[in-house]
Structure formats: structure tokens, C-alpha cells
Design a binder for this molecule. Structure first.
Ligand SMILES: Nc1ncnc2c1ncn2[C@@H]1O[C@H](COP(=O)(O)OP(=O)(O)OP(=O)(O)O)[C@@H](O)[C@H]1O
Length: 257
């Protein structure tokens, strides 16, 4: 499905990053990152394996500390944030990690209830049931409510994983390799779902990928991470309209829908 054009609010960055640096021993992974994620947009971060994409989202979510730079997430300066504020902030961010496995011993319903029961003290049974049914409908899998994860396909498990993050109504979604390991048709379905989530939940999202089809189908804006910095930022066509020898092979080796 072709992406409908989204109007991001450029006066309102929900994430703002300036001069971010991160090294592991003597290997400088991020070497001065500047980035804004605007309210309502899907921003794709593209880059080869090992360029630091996952490190970037771990820093944004407070799981890793940067060596230098200013990071503001939903109005919080990440350097000054205390543990309690960080916990509250994390509930406002939905993480769809590559290996965010479902609990195998729980039904789909129980998997979806889990974050609600943990994070929404005093929530009633009726509110839980209503939330579970709403997110399952949003990901198109209402019929799986009583199934076990082992009975679902890879694509369905991915959808339930996304539903489990949506159930807390996050303002920001962080998708790490959302299409990894899925067949091309299922990839397209997940890309469509990412766009539907953007529309229905008014989320602002960072989508980390090296799948160019995913980038093209979901991204309002693409930021290409090369040699520790965002060397090219813009629409898909703008980013790839270049003779840069570091960018061209990336494009040539992928099949774009
Ligand atoms: N906790 C850590 N300790 C040491 N090195 C690390 C740590 N986390 C990441 N790195 C290194 O940082 C570099 C970037 O890793 P990262 O996982 O961010 O890559 P990526 O761009 O997400 O790759 P991929 O597309 O393969 O997932 C790699 O060289 C990795 O080995």
C-alpha cells in the first residue's frame, strides 16, 4: 500500500539530539549525531550492520549513556533525568525490539494484559478487556486472542509484539528492524501496519532498518548513518539521488518495491 503523505509538526520535535558521541573502548561508533524527530512523523534510520543504529535507540531510551551530547526526549533532558522520571518516560515510549519475544507460556490475551497490569495501577477488568480488544483489532488479529504464541506465524507474532507496545498508548514508537527475518509479503504487511499505527495512534516513530523497501514504504524522512554521522537526510529519493560511493552500493544491492 502506498504511504499517504503525513504532515509532521516541524515546530515540535519530540526527540532532539545534538552532538551525540558514543565509543566502545577505542571504537567511536557515533561521532557527532544531530537529529530531530518531529511530532507525527516516521523517521527511518538507515545504515549498514554495525553502524550504531541500535546503540542510538538504546541511548534515546536511556538504556545506554552517551559520552557526549545533548538528548531531549518528550521535554526531558536525558542527562538530568532521575530514575523515577526515566521509568515514567519509558512508559510513554513503545519499543518494538528485534527480539522482543512474547511470553511463550501465556496466551495472546495474557501477553497483552501484562504491560497494562504492571503499569496501570487500579485498572479495572473491563478496561483491560477493552484495551486488549482495541489493540488486537488495530493489528488485525482479534481472532488470535486465546491462542498461544507458538501457534502464530512470524508475522503474526511481530504484530502481537507491536500490539503489546501500543496497549500503553505510547507517544513515540521505536522499531528496531521491524521486518527482519520475514518474507517479502509479510514485510509489506508490517510496513502497512507501521503506517496505520502512525495514523491511528498519532505516534512519532523511529524505524531502524537496512531494508530499503521498509524505508521507502514507511519513512516520511530518511536519515542515513554513515561513518558515525548522519551524512544524508531527506526523502527517500533525496537521500539516494547521489553518486556518493558509500550510498550507491547500498541502493544497488536492494530490491525496491
Ligand atoms: N554494549 C556494547 N559493548 C561494546 N560494543 C558494543 C556494545 N553495543 C554495541 N557495540 C558495538 O557498537 C557497534 C554498533 O552496534 P549496533 O548494534 O548499534 O549496530 P547496528 O547498526 O544496530 O547493527 P545491525 O544492523 O547489525 O543490528 C558494533 O560494532 C557493536 O559491536
Amino acid at each position: 500500500m502506498k504511504k499517504t503523505k503525513t504532515q509532521a509538526d516541524h515546530s515540535n520535535p519530540v526527540i532532539s539530539i545534538r552532538g551525540l558521541k558514543k565509543a566502545f573502548e577505542d571504537y567511536a561508533v557515533l561521532r557527532g549525531i544531530d537529529l530531530d524527530l518531529y511530532q507525527g512523523e516516521n523517521l527511518v534510520v538507515l545504515g549498514r550492520s554495525g553502524t550504531g543504529k541500535s546503540v542510538l535507540i538504546k541511548i534515546i531510551s536511556g538504556l545506554l549513556k552517551p559520552d557526549a551530547g545533548e538528548i531531549t526526549v518528550l521535554g526531558h533532558n536525558m542527562e538530568q533525568i532521575n530514575e523515577k522520571e526515566l521509568q515514567e518516560l519509558r512508559v510513554r515510549i513503545g519499543f518494538s525490539f528485534q527480539n522482543s519475544a512474547l511470553y511463550d507460556s501465556m496466551t495472546v490475551r495474557k501477553n497483552l494484559e501484562f504491560p497494562l497490569v504492571r503499569n496501570r495501577k487500579g485498572i479495572t477488568r473491563a478496561e483491560i478487556d477493552n484495551s486488549v480488544e482495541t489493540v488486537l483489532d488495530a493489528v488485525g488479529l482479534s481472532q488470535t486472542i486465546n491462542q498461544m504464541p507458538s501457534e502464530l506465524s512470524g508475522g503474526q507474532r511481530k504484530r502481537i509484539g507491536i500490539a503489546r507496545t501500543l496497549i500503553l498508548n505510547p507517544e513515540i514508537m521505536l522499531y528496531d528492524e521491524p521486518t527482519a527475518g520475514l518474507d517479502p509479503i509479510t514485510c509489506i504487511e508490517i510496513n502497512d501496519l507501521i503506517n496505520e499505527v502512525q495514523q491511528r495512534y498519532n505516534t512519532s516513530s523511529i524505524i531502524i532498518t537496512h531494508d530499503l523497501t521498509c524505508a521507502k514504504q514507511t519513512g516520511d524522512r530518511i536519515a542515513m548513518l554513515l561513518d558515525g554521522q548522519f551524512q544524508r537526510t531527506g526523502t527517500f529519493d533525496e537521500v539516494f539521488d547521489t553518486d556518493d560511493s558509500r550510498v550507491k552500493p547500498f541502493f544497488d544491492y536492494n530490491f525496491i518495491h
